[in-house]
Design a protein around this ligand. Structure first.
Ligand code: SF4
Length: 459
């Protein structure tokens, strides 16, 4: 089947020859990383031989993986050698035999060759809910990344196993905040602000972690009166936090925190960036005294690729284009876009648009290309003309899915993700608060009724 993976391999094989973007005159595609043409198992092997984990090719290739990042063992050769058709047949056969014993969850950023087998496709918020509701399945195969599988394990029943087909499918953003660094930050904030509530009963600081974080950090939030948020419900969560606290410590994604708080009216000068390697996070006492939202210095390497220049170019190429970006994008990009919202917001905006609308989307390429295929009545393209997928989502391949499903048929649970109960008990407190905080519409609403793009631009 046609997929981003296939497209990337085509492009990287044809190296010098630019590939035209369908329906977009003047636009060409190139891949960010030639290594994407290889099977993900080649990186499993390289990392095992070197003894150091990595994120593999794609947007996070330049990020440094911490030493404790999980490494995937070797995939049996038969799965590496199998053709796409053979893998598809084996997955379908295993899935049919397993029936209701297994549920497969697929994140929006996952490649099409994997998503086609998913029982649920969605963002991390929707998949967290799906994991909670399928109590009859004894195995939940999570085709996403590590923190999502941890969350599914904590929200599912004790009779259920959660499986991550490739253990190297982590998240470089999640790895930018770890428990010792957050605890050290917390100690500094307690020294600064004390621990006593104000006259309104609001505590000095409420910790808020983005879903894209380890179970240990979710547990930290549960233990300290905090909460988890997703990109769908971040503004609801910040409102919840400000009802209970004078200020917020938001980690690990500075951009989601800044964009959400700014849209709620928090001034930028009250949102210091916290560098965990510096005293006071690299801030002065005066800056910290005025802080309302302390932003951890983390980011997503997929969404930091989007620029204001790309938006300006899209507006030149496609007058009337409707630009929607994810709130993990830098603030300048969100400000320049027409709208900003979660993956679910983007999907719903496209579904609700009048035929003939042109969309420039600032989020992961697998999702954008899938939307373009599913909604041919519109013109939909990725703001970034370079194909650069999420490195870790890319590590899940049909070969790994076939391997774990056939393992279940033999009675073997491979790549199980298990969160220790003493961590899970506190993390669940913060997660249950998250599930109760229903999403609002978007980080940034359209300023005016968007116009369909001029038809000439669709040629
Ligand atoms: S897109 Fe960014 S935040 Fe999402 S899994 Fe990939 S690296 Fe992590």
């Amino acid at each position: 089947m046609s997929s981003v993976n296939t497209t990337i391999q085509l492009i990287t094989r044809e190296q010098a020859e630019a590939v035209r973007v369908p329906g977009q005159p003047g636009r060409t595609q190139e891949s960010c990383d030639d290594d994407l043409a290889k099977g993900p198992w080649e990186f499993d092997l390289a990392e095992a031989l070197a003894g150091t984990p990595g994120y593999g090719p794609g947007a996070s290739n330049e990020d440094t993986a911490p030493p404790a990042t999980p490494v995937q063992g070797q995939l049996p050769q038969e799965y590496k050698d199998a053709s796409d058709d053979e893998l598809e047949a084996r997955i379908l056969s295993a899935k049919a035999k397993l029936g209701d014993r297994v549920v497969i969850l697929g994140h929006f950023y996952q490649r099409d060759e994997v998503v086609q087998f998913a029982d649920f496709v969605g963002d991390s918020f929707q998949l967290a809910n799906a994991a909670k509701t399928r109590t009859e399945a004894e195995a939940i195969v999570f085709c996403g990344v590590h923190f999502m599988a941890e969350t599914a394990d904590m929200l599912s029943g004790s009779h259920q196993s959660v499986i991550l087909p490739n253990l190297a499918a982590g998240c470089s953003m999640a790895d930018m905040a770890d428990l010792p660094s957050v605890e050290a930050c917390w100690a500094e904030l307690e020294a600064l602000y004390g621990t006593e509530p104000d006259a309104d009963g609001r505590v000095p600081v409420i910790p808020v972690t983005y879903m894209n974080s380890s179970a240990a950090l979710k547990a930290f939030c549960g233990k300290h009166g905090g909460i988890v948020c997703t990109s769908s419900n971040a503004s609801t969560v910040l409102e919840w936090a400000f009802e209970r606290g004078q200020r917020v410590l938001f980690f690990p994604d500075q951009h989601l925190g800044r964009n959400t708080a700014k849209a709620m009216g928090v001034p930028l000068e009250q949102m210091p960036l916290w560098n965990p390697r510096m005293p006071l996070g690299g801030n002065t006492q005066e800056v910290m005294d005025a802080a309302k939202v302390v932003l951890w210095q983390g980011f997503c390497s997929v969404h930091k690729r989007f620029t204001v220049g790309q938006i300006e170019q899209a507006r030149v190429d496609f007058p009337g284009v409707r630009v929607i970006v994810h709130p993990e994008c830098p603030m300048e990009v969100v400000d320049a876009a027409d709208e900003a919202g979660s993956t679910d917001y983007i999907l719903k905006a496209i579904q609700a648009a009048p035929d003939g609308t042109t969309f420039a989307i600032g989020t992961e390429i697998n999702m954008v290309n899938r939307l373009a295929a599913q909604y041919p009545q519109h013109t939909i393209f990725c703001l970034d003309p370079v194909i650069c997928p999420c490195s870790t989502m890319y590590r899940i391949h049909p070969g790994y899915l076939a391997w774990v499903l056939e393992g279940l048929l033999r009675g073997e649970v491979l790549n199980q993700i298990t969160v220790p109960e003493d961590t899970a008990v506190n993390a669940r407190i913060a997660l249950e608060r998250m599930l109760a905080a229903l999403p609002q519409a978007a980080t940034k609403q359209p300023a005016k009724e968007p116009q369909p793009a001029q038809s000439a631009a669709r040629a």
